[in-house]
Design a protein around this ligand. Structure first.
Ligand SMILES: NC(=O)c1ccc[n+]([C@@H]2O[C@H](COP(=O)([O-])OP(=O)(O)OC[C@H]3O[C@@H](n4cnc5c(N)ncnc54)[C@H](OP(=O)(O)O)[C@@H]3O)[C@@H](O)[C@H]2O)c1
Length: 257
């Protein structure tokens, strides 16, 4: 299926590894020129080169922390009028909410709620004026089904989800869509880093258990996530507005989502 976005321009945040990288790859395969960001320049440049070699599109690597104003400004300077914006950043740490002070919470809210909102604010009016825009926010399955140890993720991402639900309906008539992708367990560094194996078990043991307990019998492949993102960014996806698409292999047990 041709998604009809060849020649479009995208900013994909936090995209040197994992889910962001997969989204950038899938968009690039559709012929979209991508600006990708991450804090570590070396890994980011390697990913940029991988995407260039595999797809031939223009790939610009912008090293910086997307949760800072400077990081966002740098990404926007490299692509002032994106057609597509994929919001992503690292997830907040796990732990017990009793140990989180105000600064810790503010960092989580900055990263997983305010950063996407400020990027949307920077680009959405231009998208409306041009009559095309696709914004995808990478959130988490924790928005639908809270993960006890990831309270900051549950909270900050739910805040973004509520904001987006309102804004998506205000811009849809301009062929600008805003949707959220909710990953369950995908095999990335983040999944390994939050596995937290009990004594006597390895990270691999924990991931294997999660896979075995999933209706799909496995964890997700980031490439699958990237393809879902590209689909939501496609020309044909203009009637998909303000949705929260769960990619979790069926782990969320419900008759209706
Ligand atoms: N994988 C899962 O199973 C899963 C499940 C639910 C939710 N999520 C969420 O999905 C998002 C992506 O996760 P992932 O699994 O793809 O993680 P990952 O494999 O650890 O990759 C994270 C990427 O984001 C970049 N990054 C992190 N913080 C950044 C920042 N402040 N500014 C710019 N770039 C930044 C990293 O590069 P640098 O470190 O060099 O900046 C890296 O490229 C996270 O918010 C995560 O919590 C993931």
């Amino acid at each position: 299926m041709d998604l009809g976005i060849k020649g479009r321009k995208a900013i994909v945040c936090a995209a040197s590894k994992g889910l962001g990288r997969a989204c950038a790859f899938s968009l690039a395969r559709e012929g979209v020129d991508v600006v990708i960001t991450a804090r570590t320049a070396e890994t980011l440049e390697r990913t940029a080169e991988d995407i260039r070699l595999a797809t031939g599109v223009s790939v610009t690597a912008v090293a910086g922390d997307i949760t800072t104003e400077a990081g966002r400004d740098a990404a926007l300077a490299a692509c002032p009028e994106p057609d597509i914006l994929v919001n992503n950043a690292g997830g907040p740490p796990a732990g017990d909410f009793r140990n989180w002070d105000r600064d810790t919470w503010i960092r989580a809210i900055d990263g997983n709620m305010l950063t996407p909102i400020f990027l949307i604010r920077a680009v959405v009016d231009g998208m409306c004026a041009r009559g095309f825009g696709r914004i995808v926010n990478i959130t988490s399955a924790s928005v639908k089904s809270p993960i006890p140890t990831l309270g900051m993720s549950n909270g900050a991402r739910a805040g973004l989800t509520g904001f987006v639900a309102g804004l998506a309906r205000q811009v849809a008539r301009h062929n600008v869509t805003i949707n959220n992708l909710l990953p369950g367990p995908f095999l990335t560094d983040r999944l390994r880093g939050t596995a937290n194996p009990p004594p006597g078990k390895t990270v691999e043991d924990v991931i294997a258990e999660r896979a075995a307990n999933s209706p799909a019998g496995r964890v997700g492949d980031p490439a699958e996530f990237g393809e879902a993102c590209a689909f939501l960014c496609g020309a044909q996806a203009g009637f998909i507005v303000g949705q929260n698409l769960l990619l979790d292999g069926g782990a969320f047990n419900a008759t209706l989502g």
